[in-house]
Design a protein around this ligand. Structure first.
Ligand code: THU
Length: 167
């Protein structure tokens, strides 16, 4: 039997001061976006903002449905929106947050769900470029990972499918 250990690095910041103006703009877009989420069932209003390699930024928020699985998370709304309009432009980063004002005592960081992690991996694979993920907490707290590899080790991607087809 062999064991391997997988290590992950998450950077934690307590303020926005070391971030660039572009990053702060991305954070502000994600934070604004949660206010227009459609989350009547969970009341959990999530906002996301995607930053493309050419500088464009696109927002998304969760869109729920009375038939629960028909809804979609904020991250995928933002990614699919950005990608539908810019299929050839690599994605540099995504920021995600929740409406902390709606639950004043809540101060946990939220991180992308499993399906959103898989969707982010797809765009890393598509453009062969890591995507930075900013998880924006209460006030100016930020958890940052430099690639989805840090949140989803042993991910499944198109590389495995091409390898399979080549054998
Ligand atoms: N949700 C997101 O939009 N993003 C996440 O990363 C976690 C969960 C949404 C889905 C659903 O509308 C609500 O939050 C509760 O799960």
């Amino acid at each position: 039997m062999q064991k391997i250990q997988v290590q992950t690095t998450v950077e934690i910041y307590d303020s926005y001061e070391s971030f660039t103006d572009d990053e702060k703009k991305l954070f502000s877009l994600a934070r604004q976006a949660c206010h227009s989420a459609y989350a009547p069932y969970s009341q959990f209003q999530v906002g996301a903002a995607v930053w493309l390699a050419d500088g464009q930024m696109f927002i998304g928020n969760n869109q729920e449905n009375a038939a629960y699985p028909s809804g979609l998370c904020a991250e995928r709304v933002a990614l699919f929106y950005a990608s539908a309009l810019n299929p050839k432009t690599p994605i540099k980063a995504i920021a995600v947050t929740v409406n902390y004002e709606a639950a004043p005592d809540f101060d946990e960081i939220i991180s992308p769900c499993g399906s959103c992690r898989q969707a982010i991996v797809e765009y890393e694979y598509k453009f062969k470029q890591a995507i930075v993920i900013y998880m924006l907490g209460k006030n100016e707290k930020v958890y940052l990972v430099r690639s989805m590899n840090s949140l989803l080790p042993f991910f499944f991607s198109g590389d495995v499918l091409s390898s399979f087809q080549n054998h």
